[in-house]
Design a protein around this ligand. Structure first.
Ligand code: IMP
Length: 430
């Protein structure tokens, strides 16, 4: 039995989808525990590319796929994803399960996400606009609506009547918007339609998950976003609104911490970020452009170009601590194929001249101190034999591992399932 958490160690987009897909071969269930359709998990096999936003990417391997209680769900978007999967001959009804305790993303959450960003002007977070922040605000404010509330239509209508009135006041008086007010009747009938499609999927996911654990099954927990978008430990306020860390899996899926056997940290061989917020190793030169073009660094959810920079060992070392990472999957090494020299941030110079080797509270005005290593300067994309990796790449990997304090478990040399070198295949699924 193994319960393995897959977690992003940077600002998301590390390549979690590919690794979840790879490891799902031996998993009995895959569970999402936080976030919503702000995520975009890209999986490539054969000549096809798939992006899942809400449904755990394990579904592509026809595995039990659970949306845990910690996820915020936009039902209309979920139904669109299910439709695409069904067109691919995946009998989603057999595999997908939705927690009756997950929170719903309601129409006002999306509207207020957009209006809130407009109001912030130059201080905007650069959210994905999917209503994620406002949905979590209502959850914590104890005025959210949960999936299970839909199962009792009268109760749902009463909830809606109370909430819609407040949201319309907010729309008019706080956001001073002249958009049409939210209508209880329209929303009630829209959600009644969603329920017709989704009722068979709704369950007590905590019971389901814990039964699987008791039966000794292998479970993967699919983190979304990344460590430095965590609402507590990320670059606040430029973060998402959930706990993206491995620790979030326990609360967001309903499993005890003692059940977790491993935490696999997904690490991009360089750094990217989407949206606003500090990014010490960001590049604005031709090296940054090369990373962006070679790495095809455009958001899987919004299509926005990702900001690119060198590997930051301070960030990933902190992520190893915060998540208790037991092994790393290092992704997109092939994107570095054309660099003569590689740089790794090993320290930060603060504005007062002080040198720091651990993360300061704010990353706003730090200057990275770099160590340089020779690049391998040859094509490695698609190599699947460890012995064929260039010595400079192995040296780079050794140095990353030493700096961040975690062993390398998987090396990824391309986007496809097969373009991976798993160093200890039996280590995770013991
Ligand atoms: P939100 O999650 O839409 O509220 O956006 C908050 C911040 O998290 C923004 O900077 C987004 O660009 C970022 N973000 C949210 N989801 C992802 C993701 O899946 N990958 C990378 N960045 C993300």
């Amino acid at each position: 039995m193994a319960c393995v958490i897959i977690v992003g160690t940077q600002w998301g987009d590390e390549g979690k989808g590919k690794i979840v897909d790879l490891l799902t071969e031996r998993a009995d269930a895959v569970v999402r525990y936080q976030g919503g359709n702000n995520a975009g998990h890209t999986v490539m096999f054969g000549n096809k590319t798939f992006v899942t936003h809400l449904v755990p990417s394990g579904i592509l391997r026809k595995t039990t796929s659970i949306l845990g209680n910690g996820v915020v769900i936009d039902l209309a978007e979920l139904i669109k994803e299910i439709d695409v999967l069904e067109q691919m001959d995946i009998a989603v009804e057999n595999y997908l399960r939705i927690s009756d305790r997950a929170q719903l993303v309601m129409p006002w959450h999306k509207t207020f996400d957009r209006l809130g960003e407009e109001q912030k002007g130059t201080k905007k977070i650069g959210t994905t606009g999917r209503g994620i922040g406002p949905a979590y605000e209502d959850k914590i404010g104890r005025s959210g609506i949960r999936v299970g509330d839909l199962l009792d239509p009268e109760h749902f209508r009463t909830l809606l009547e109370e909430i819609v009135d407040k949201k319309n006041q907010q729309l008019e008086h706080y956001y001073k918007s002249d958009e049409p007010p939210f209508s209880t009747e329209l929303i009630f009938s829209e959600f009644a339609n969603h329920l017709k499609k989704l009722e068979p999927y709704i369950c007590d996911s905590v019971m389901l998950l814990n039964q699987l654990v008791e039966q000794g099954k292998n479970i993967l927990f699919e983190g979304a976003q990344g460590t430095f978008l965590d609402v507590d430990h990320g670059t606040y306020p430029f973060v998402t609104s959930s706990n993206t860390l491995a620790g979030g899996a326990c609360a967001g899926a309903g499993i005890g911490p003692t059940r977790i056997t491993d935490v696999l940290g997904i690490v991009k061989a360089y750094t990217t970020r989407v949206g606003s917020g500090p990014f010490p190793t960001e590049l604005f030169d031709k090296d940054g452009e090369l990373l962006q073009s070679e790495g095809n660094e455009f958001g899987a959810t919004t299509g926005r170009p990702r900001r690119c920079g060198w590997f930051d060992a301070l960030l990933v070392r902190q992520a190893v601590r915060l998540n208790g990472v037991t092994g790393m999957a290092v992704m997109k090494l092939d994107v570095l194929d054309n660099f003569e020299t590689l740089k790794i941030a090993v320290g930060y110079r603060l504005a007062n001249g002080e040198l720091r080797e651990n993360l300061p509270r704010s990353l706003e005005s730090v200057t990275p101190v770099y160590e340089e290593m020779p690049g391998w300067n040859r094509k490695t994309a698609g190599i699947t034999d460890y012995e064929q990796l260039p010595p400079e790449m192995l040296a780079y990997l050794d140095r990353l591992s030493e700096l961040v304090g975690a062993p390398v478990s998987i090396i990824s040399t391309g986007p496809k399932r097969e373009e991976s070198i798993v160093l200890n295949p039996d280590q995770l699924w013991r």
